[in-house]
Write a protein that binds this ligand. Structure first.
Ligand code: B16
Ligand code: MG
Length: 226
C-alpha cells in the first residue's frame, strides 16, 4: 500500500537555523560601515539585516545612518564587496563544530526518514558554508539567490527551494529564525517553523526556542492533516 506522507520536504534557512553566521555578518558590516561610511551600526539596527540580501542590508544601514539615496551605485557596490571580503575572511575556518546544537542529529534523522531537503538562504556564500560544515551530502540542494527575482520577505527563495526537491509547497516545512523569512515561508504557502523568540516570530505555525528542541516527531505531530 502506498500511503502518501503529509510532509514531502524540508526547506532550511542557513544563517540562524543551521549555523550562526549572523555574528560574522554583524562584525563585517560594523567594521565596513564605520570605516567607509562613518556609520556606527548598533545591535538593534543589525536585527533588521537578518535574512536580507547583501544590497538590501546595505540600504538598511544607509537608512539607519541617514545616508540613504546619497551614495552612487559604484560606491555602493564597492562597500558591499568590501563587506563580503571581510565576511569571507571570518568564515574561512568554519567547521562541523559550528553547526547549531542538535541540528546535525535532526538533519541525519530527516535524511534517514527519507525527507528531501533544500537550503533557501539569501547568502551567495551558502554553498561554501554548507561544505565547511560537512553537510554537503545532506544539504546539497541550495538555491542560488541570483536565480530568483526577489529576496526575503518575498516567497521566491522558498518556492525555488521546494521546486528543487519536487515538494509541493503546501506539503513543505520551512525553517527560519528571522521575521522576514517567516513572512516569505507563509507567502509561499508553506508550514512555517520558527526558531527563536515566539513573540518576534508570531506569524510562524510552530516556534521552538532553539534548534536543540527540534525533532521529527514534534513536527510530524504539529503538521496539519490534509
Ligand atoms: P551574503 P540567510 C542571509 O542568510 C543573512 O541572514 C543576511 O544577514 C545576509 O545579508 C544574507 O544572507 C546575504 O548573505 O552577503 O553572504 O550573500 O539567513 O538567508 O541564510
Ligand atoms: Mg536566517
Amino acid at each position: 500500500m502506498n500511503i502518501e506522507r503529509p510532509i514531502t520536504g524540508f526547506v532550511f534557512d542557513l544563517d540562524g537555523v543551521i549555523t550562526d553566521t549572523a555574528k560574522y555578518h554583524y562584525q563585517a558590516w560594523k567594521e565596513v560601515a564605520k570605516e567607509q561610511l562613518g556609520i556606527t551600526l548598533t545591535p538593534d539596527a543589525n536585527e533588521r539585516l537578518k535574512g536580507r540580501s547583501r544590497m538590501d542590508s546595505l540600504a538598511e544601514i544607509l537608512r539607519f545612518g541617514g545616508l540613504f539615496g546619497q551614495i552612487d551605485q559604484n560606491s555602493l557596490e564597492a562597500v558591499a564587496a568590501a563587506k563580503n571580503e571581510r565576511y569571507q575572511s571570518l568564515i574561512v575556518n568554519m567547521s562541523a563544530a559550528d553547526i547549531l546544537p542538535g541540528m546535525d542529529v535532526f538533519l541525519s534523522s530527516a535524511q534517514q526518514a527519507g525527507y528531501p531537503m533544500a537550503v533557501a538562504s539569501a547568502s551567495y556564500n551558502a554553498p561554501f558554508i554548507v561544505k565547511q560544515l560537512g553537510l554537503d551530502n545532506i544539504l546539497g540542494n541550495i538555491v542560488n539567490p541570483g536565480s530568483v527575482a526577489r529576496g526575503k520577505p518575498a516567497p521566491d527563495l522558498f518556492e525555488a527551494a521546494a521546486k528543487l526537491i519536487n515538494s509541493p509547497v503546501v506539503k513543505t516545512v520551512g525553517f527560519e529564525d528571522a521575521t522576514a523569512g517567516i513572512e516569505g515561508i507563509k507567502a509561499a504557502g508553506m508550514f512555517a517553523l520558527g526558531i527563536g523568540d515566539p513573540i518576534l516570530l508570531d506569524k510562524a505555525d510552530l516556534v521552538v526556542g532553539t534548534t536543540a528542541e527540534l525533532s521529527l516527531r514534534l513536527i510530524e505531530a504539529q503538521f496539519p492533516a490534509s
